[in-house]
Structures are given as structure tokens and as C-alpha cells.
Design a binder for this molecule. Structure first.
Ligand code: PGA
Length: 232
């Protein structure tokens, strides 16, 4: 199972570091088989030298460096030995106007440099109600080399993110089947995953793990989700 925590704009550098130490110790003591990732805010990015999980960046610009105010590029990630990047989270697409084209450019650049990439896709409620989910996801994936071995697609329906209402098990299973059919090999689900629903979600066919926002903010709750992934 792949289990990832997305802090978004939560936690400080110091609270992230103590969380990360606790997480590493938990994973070391319990010897879990899960692939665990943590995406802290940019200011809390630390050297990725934790032996039992990987630190990822929530965003980066597709350049080594240069005049891109407010962004970080490959040089900054390399300095911290960060090898994992999230691209296209719906909050960036919706709030910051990130287009499919810029997501493609980011994918191309960072895949060329061998990074692990979490590419987030997911439809709005309108798209789902219009029964256009497959077409919409296919569009978000167009131009992405789905055979890239270090790609993890995160299916995150916009209407389920941060709302406390996750997609139903049927909706998750059907949509993951669509994504697999479109050629995605590893697909994780995100959208109101918590310690109560994580096990059922992770036991569905076609679900290779979860991307957790709100419920990852407390270490105890994230650890419970990791335990649930082991018990599937
Ligand atoms: P949530 O966020 O778990 O708080 O719904 C998930 C995400 O946005 O990655």
C-alpha cells in the first residue's frame, strides 16, 4: 500500500520535524510494508534522510532555477535530496489556475529528472452529475506518459476533499477501474480519508493506497491509517 499525508498549508517547520521523527520511529518499530510519503509545506521541507518514509514537495516549477518568484525548482529539491513531487492538486488547479498544460510540463520535466510523481486528478460534482467522469479524467491525463514507472496517480474527486464526505466505495472502485483502464498502473484515493474509512477504501480492487489531507495532520491518526492499510 502507498500511504501519503498532505499537510497543505498546515504545520510549521518545527512541528513538522517533530512529527517526522515520530513517524519514522513508528514505522521503524512496527516494520510496516507500506510505502509512506509526507508532503509538508514548502517552508518545512527537510532533508529527505528519514529511512522509513519519503518527504515530498507539494509543488515545484519545471526548471532547475531562474527568475520564477515564489517558486522552487529542481536545484532546491536536489539540495534537500527530495525525490518526490506532487503535481496538479485540485487546490492548485482551482485556486491558482493551474492548467492541464502546466501539469503536463511539470510532469515532463520532473519525470525526465527521475522524480517520483504523485499526479492528482479528479472531477467536480458537476462533471460527475453530467456523467462525464471518464472523459474528464482522460483529458487530465492526456500528454502524461502513463508508463512512467515512478508515477502514482491520485484520484481525488474535488467534492470529497476536505468535506468530511468521502466518495462512496462504489464510486471509488468504479473510478479506479476507469483510471486503470485508461492505463494508470498505481492509483491512490484521496478525499476525506480517515482512520474509520481507510481500511474499507484500501481493501477495494484497484486501490493501491490513499492520499490523506486533514486526517494526516495528527500523527496518531495518520499512524492509525497506516495500520489499517496493513490489515487489509
Ligand atoms: P482531505 O484532503 O483528506 O482533507 O479531504 C485530501 C487532499 O486534498 O489530498
Amino acid at each position: 500500500m502507498i500511504i501519503a499525508g498532505n499537510f497543505k498549508t498546515n504545520h510549521t517547520r518545527s512541528s513538522t520535524l517533530s512529527y517526522a521523527k515520530g513517524l519514522n520511529q513508528f514505522l521503524r518499530d512496527r516494520q510496516f510494508g507500506a510505502e509512506v510519503y509526507l508532503f509538508p509545506p514548502m517552508s518545512a521541507l527537510a532533508y529527505d534522510d528519514f529511512s522509513h518514509f519519503s518527504i515530498g514537495a507539494q509543488n515545484a516549477y519545471p526548471v532547475c532555477g531562474g527568475a520564477y518568484t515564489g517558486e522552487i525548482g529542481l536545484d532546491q529539491l536536489n539540495e534537500l535530496q527530495i525525490k518526490t513531487l506532487m503535481i496538479g492538486h485540485s487546490e492548485r488547479r482551482v485556486l491558482l489556475g493551474e492548467s492541464d498544460q502546466i501539469c503536463q510540463r511539470k510532469f515532463e520535466f520532473f519525470a525526465h529528472h527521475g522524480m517520483n510523481i504523485f499526479l492528482c486528478v479528479g472531477e467536480s460534482l458537476e462533471v460527475r452529475q453530467a456523467q462525464k467522469v471518464r472523459e474528464f479524467l482522460a483529458l487530465q491525463l492526456s500528454g502524461i506518459d502513463l508508463s512512467y514507472a515512478r508515477l502514482i496517480v491520485a484520484y481525488e474527486p474535488i467534492w470529497a476533499i476536505g468535506t468530511g464526505v468521502s466518495a462512496s466505495l462504489i464510486e471509488i472502485q468504479e473510478t479506479h477501474a476507469i483510471l486503470k483502464d485508461l492505463g494508470c498502473s498505481r492509483v491512490v484515493y484521496g478525499g476525506s480519508v480517515n482512520p474509520q474509512n481507510a481500511r474499507e477504501i484500501m481493501s477495494l480492487d484497484g486501490v493501491d493506497g490513499v492520499l490523506v489531507g486533514g486526517a494526516s495532520l495528527r500523527l496518531e491518526s495518520f499512524c492509525e491509517i497506516i495500520e489499517n492499510g496493513e490489515m487489509k
